[in-house]
Design a protein. Sequence first.
Length: 135
Amino acid sequence: MAILDNLGKYRNTGLLILRVGLGIMFIIHGFPKLAGGPSGWTSLGGSMKVIGIDFLPVFWGFMAAISETFGGFLLIVGLFFRPACVLLVFTLIIAALVHFSKGDGLKGASHAIELAIVFFSLIFVGPGKYSVDKK
């Protein structure tokens, strides 16, 4: 469509909107986990059993909560963008595997898989011009 052809010049604006939107949602999703304290981190970290890691569940749960909460913040500002995306991809892969292990199937794991694909893609695309990491 000719009317949409000119939107390519707003690529960096689109990346900013994507980063801010996803970042806000991950902060909203991750902060309650972070605020849940050691008991919440233990249950969250227990998810690592799906890949055979059954030690230090408090640590792994804390790391998941941190990656979601502060990863969301780093997405918004575009700081350490690619490392934050890598951590979020890992967290989302574990989330998808947990859904599969519970028997939720693809329908239950689809949200985590979709977001993992988005963050994996953003590792290659980068944060765009409107970020602290801009080049």
